[in-house]
Design a binder for this molecule. Structure first.
Ligand code: FES
Length: 246
């Protein structure tokens, strides 16, 4: 017989439509069987104990990126985090940092999407569209594999210490996505893309403390992307100095 253990979940509650009610932790006691995820417990709390609790989820399998939150101080996806993995019976759940709370564990991701859009995260071509699709070699595809894996969960955005002091910083997800297109053999974005990220709100804003890498549930390494973009800007400057700019 599978034995259930009792856990205490302390969940941050706040409703921005009722700012007079300050943020507070609400405690729920739930019996959990081995293997149950934090998301499964949240669904149970909402369905059986408290229908007012708000959180986001969709795929339940670490694909859609909607259930990112802070669990006992660690940012991750609730649907891929087993309750037993914490090794303690008291679990604190909080919304992602660096974004305003809409309600409980749901944050307003507008700043994240605004920064994402700024890097033009789509293929840009300067030559006329070919009649057929543009094939990529296996080698070409392998260069972007890591960055294609990003599910836009904003775990890295929530973990980034730079965003907490500079809301104008593009952030790790947007810069990693830019690197994804810069490395794409089919992308022909004009050289001016360098100017768009060549300042303290772009690649030079990063503290390189690797929190984004620690937080990413898909093993994407945004800091590596940022360092590579810095190198490209530097090489471009040197080429300009020696008149080799294309
Ligand atoms: S519910 Fe889709 S990533 Fe968790």
């Amino acid at each position: 017989m599978i034995r259930a253990s009792a856990y205490t979940f302390k969940i941050l509650r706040f409703d921005r439509k009722k700012p007079q009610e300050k943020a507070r932790f609400q405690t729920y006691r739930v019996k959990v069987i081995p293997g149950l995820t934090v998301l499964a417990v949240l669904n149970r709390i909402r369905d059986e104990i408290d229908g007012t609790l708000s959180f986001r989820s969709s795929c339940r399998s670490a694909v859609c990126g909607s259930c990112a939150m802070v669990m006992n101080g660690k940012i991750d996806l609730a649907c891929r985090t087993q309750v037993a993995s914490f090794g303690k019976e008291s679990i604190i759940l909080e919304p992602l940092p660096n974004m305003e709370i809409i309600k409980d564990l749901v944050v307003d991701m507008t700043p994240f999407w605004t920064m994402y859009e700024k890097v033009k995260p789509w293929l840009i071509r300067s030559t006329p569209d070919p009649e057929k699709e543009i094939p990529q070699s296996e080698k070409d595809r392998s260069r972007i594999d890591q960055f294609v894996n990003c599910i836009l969960c904003a775990c890295c955005y929530g973990a980034c210490p730079v965003i907490s002091r500079d809301p104008g910083y593009l952030g790790p997800a947007a810069l990693a996505k830019l690197e994804r297109f810069v490395l794409d053999s089919r992308d022909e974005r004009p050289h001016a893309w360098l100017n768009d990220v060549n300042d303290e709100h772009g690649v030079w804003g990063c503290d390189t403390v690797l929190r984004c890498i620690e937080a990413c549930p898909k093993d994407v390494r945004p800091t590596d992307a940022i360092i590579d973009l810095r190198k490209r800007i530097f090489v471009d400057k040197v080429k300009k100095l020696f008149g080799k700019q294309r």
